[in-house]
Design a protein around this ligand. Structure first.
Ligand code: ATP
Ligand code: MG
Length: 465
C-alpha cells in the first residue's frame, strides 16, 4: 500500500490528480452503494414478511369465524386469498396435507411440517429463495397447522436489478470522475507548465522572457503575474548593474588620465619648480575629489535613483571651464584651446561643479579624440534670454555625417569608421552627458559637417536668487 502511494506521488501532477480523484470516487461509491443496497434489501424482505403474516392472519381469522365444521370447506376462500408464486397448505396434527392451494409453486418443493408455535423460516430450493410461515390452527376439536410458502423470486429479481444499476452507476461515476480528474489536472497544470517553460527559456534567451498568462485573478494567474513582476525587477537591476559597470569604467578613465599626466609632469621636471609642484598637487587633489564624487554618483545611479541634483549649489562656469581646459592641456599639450567666456563673467549656474566638469570633460574629450590635423578646440559661452547659459565646444575634426547625428546620444552608439575604432571608446560619453544635463532640466545637442568639424551646445539653467 505504502509502495503504491509512493508510486502515485512520483507521477506527474496531472495524473496524480486523476488517480486520487478516481480512487476517492471508487471508495465513496463502494461505501455508499453497499449501505444503500443493504438498507433496500432489509426493507424489501421486511415487506415480504409482513405480507405473508397478513395472509396468515386473514386465514386464521377466517377459520375462527367459521368454526371447524369442515376445515377443508374453506378452499374457495384460500384460493382467493392466495397470491402468485405462493402456496397455502392445511396440515393435520400428523402433518398430512388436508388441503393444498398453489399458484405456480410446486408442493413438493417444501415437505409439510406441523408446528406448535408460529415459525418463519427462509430456505433455498435449488436456485429459488422461499419464505415459509407455519402457524398452529386450533378450532374446536381440530388441531392442525397452516403453512404458507412464498417464492421470493420478485424480491430476488428486484435485488439483482438494484445491484446491477448500482454497479453500472458506480463504474459510470468512476469513469466520469476520471475524465473530470484529467480535465481538472490539465487545467491546473497548464499555467504551471507555461511557467516552467518560461523559466527554461530564460536560461537560453535571457531575462527578457515573460509568462503569457490569462489574468483571471486566480492563484495561478497571480503566480504568473508575480513571476513577471519579479523578472521585471530582476531585469532592471541587471541592466542597472551593467550600466553601472560601463559608466564607472568610462567616467573614471579621464580623471585618472589627468592625475597620471600631472604626476608624470612632476616626476619629469615639475618637482623642482615650487609653483608647478603646488599647482600639479592641487590639480591632482581636486581630481581625486572629483573621483570621489563620481563614485558616489555612480553608486547612486546603480541603485536606480535619478542623478542627485545639487541645485542649491552655485557654480561659476568660467572657473570650471578654465580648470578643465588646464587639465586637458596637461595631457594633450599639442592642442590649442581657444576659450572665450567673457560674456559669462557674472553668470552662475544652478548645477553642481562636479557635474558641470563631467559634462565638459566628456564633450572636450570627444573634440580632442575626433580631431585631425587641426588641433584647435574653441570653447565659448553666452547667456540666453530665458535665464540659461549656453556653452559651445567646437572642433575642426572628422565631423559626423547627417544620418548618424540623431543617434550619437544613444548608449553604445559609435560611428564605426576606422578612426573611431583607432581612438577607442565605448560610445557612452554623450549618453552620460545628456543624462546629466537633463537631470538639471538642461539639454545638449550637436551640429556637424563631415570632414569640417562639430559644434556641441550645452544648455544649463542659471542660478536664481
Ligand atoms: P566614449 O564612451 O569613450 O566617450 P565615444 O566617444 O565613441 O566613446 P560618445 O562620446 O558617446 O562615445 O560619442 C558617440 C560617437 O559620436 C562617437 O563614437 C563618434 O563617432 C561621434 N562623435 C562624438 N563627438 C564627436 C566629435 N566631436 N567629432 C566627431 N564625431 C564625434
Ligand atoms: Mg566620447
Amino acid at each position: 500500500m505504502r509502495k503504491g502511494i509512493l508510486n502515485i506521488n512520483t507521477l506527474p501532477i496531472k495524473w496524480r490528480i486523476t488517480v486520487w480523484a478516481s480512487l476517492w470516487m471508487c471508495i465513496f461509491f463502494l461505501l455508499y452503494n453497499s449501505v444503500q443496497y443493504l438498507v433496500l434489501d432489509r426493507w424489501t424482505l421486511k415487506q415480504e414478511e409482513l405480507a405473508i403474516k397478513k395472509s396468515m392472519d386473514e386465514i386464521i381469522g377466517y377459520y375462527e369465524d367459521n368454526g371447524s365444521r369442515d376445515v377443508t370447506a374453506g378452499k374457495s376462500f384460500l384460493e382467493k386469498a392466495n397470491q402468485n408464486d405462493q402456496l397455502i397448505r392445511l396440515l393435520d396434527l400428523e402433518g398430512n396435507p388436508l388441503l393444498t392451494i398453489s399458484d405456480g409453486l410446486p408442493a413438493q418443493w417444501v415437505s409439510p411440517q406441523p408446528v406448535e408455535t408460529t415459525l418463519m423460516v427462509s430456505v433455498r430450493h435449488e436456485r429459488e429463495h422461499l419464505l415459509i410461515l407455519r402457524s398452529p390452527l386450533q378450532i374446536d376439536s381440530f388441531n392442525g397447522t397452516i403453512e404458507i410458502v412464498r417464492n421470493l423470486e420478485n424480491y430476488e429479481k428486484l435485488n439483482q436489478m438494484l445491484l446491477l444499476v448500482m454497479v453500472l452507476g458506480g463504474l459510470g461515476g468512476i469513469a466520469f470522475s476520471s475524465i473530470g480528474g484529467v480535465l481538472l489536472g490539465r487545467q491546473f497544470v497548464k499555467p504551471i507548465a507555461k511557467l516552467s517553460g518560461t523559466i527554461a527559456n530564460i536560461n537560453y534567451n535571457g531575462l527578457s522572457e515573460r509568462v503569457d498568462f490569462i489574468n483571471n485573478n486566480d492563484e495561478l494567474s497571480k503566480l504568473g503575474q508575480l513571476f513577471n513582476e519579479m523578472m521585471d525587477r530582476l531585469e532592471t537591476s541587471f541592466e542597472q548593474q551593467n550600466q553601472f559597470v560601463e559608466d564607472a569604467s568610462h567616467e573614471l578613465r579621464t580623471p585618472i588620465a589627468i592625475i597620471e599626466g600631472h604626476l608624470k609632469l612632476l616626476s619629469r621636471w615639475g618637482k623642482d619648480d615650487p609653483a608647478i609642484l603646488n599647482e600639479s598637487l592641487n590639480a591632482s587633489l581636486e581630481e581625486l575629489v572629483r573621483l570621489k564624487n563620481l563614485t558616489q554618483d555612480l553608486l547612486a545611479s546603480s541603485h536606480s535613483e535619478p542623478i542627485h541634483m545639487e541645485k542649491e549649489q552655485k557654480t561659476e562656469p568660467n572657473r570650471i571651464i578654465m580648470k578643465v581646459v588646464e587639465d586637458f592641456a596637461i595631457i594633450h599639450p599639442n592642442f590649442i584651446f581657444d576659450v572665450n567666456y567673457r560674456s559669462l563673467s557674472h553668470a552662475q549656474l544652478a548645477v553642481s561643479a562636479h557635474h558641470l566638469k563631467q559634462i565638459l570633460m566628456i564633450v572636450i574629450d570627444n573634440a580632442i579624440k575626433y580631431s585631425t590635423n587641426e588641433k584647435t578646440i574653441m570653447i565659448s559661452g553666452n547667456t540666453t534670454t530665458d535665464h540659461k547659459v549656453q556653452l559651445r565646444i567646437a572642433d575642426k575634426g572628422v565631423g559626423i555625417s547627417e544620418e548618424h547625428i540623431p543617434f550619437v546620444f544613444d548608449r553604445f552608439y559609435r560611428i564605426d569608421k576606422a578612426r573611431s575604432r583607432k581612438v577607442g571608446g565605448s560610445g557612452l560619453g554623450l549618453a552620460i552627458a545628456k543624462r546629466l544635463a537633463e537631470a538639471y532640466h538642461g539639454s545638449i545637442h550637436l551640429t556637424s559637417v563631415e570632414n569640417e568639424g562639430t559644434v556641441v551646445t550645452i544648455v544649463l539653467p542659471r542660478w536664481r536668487n
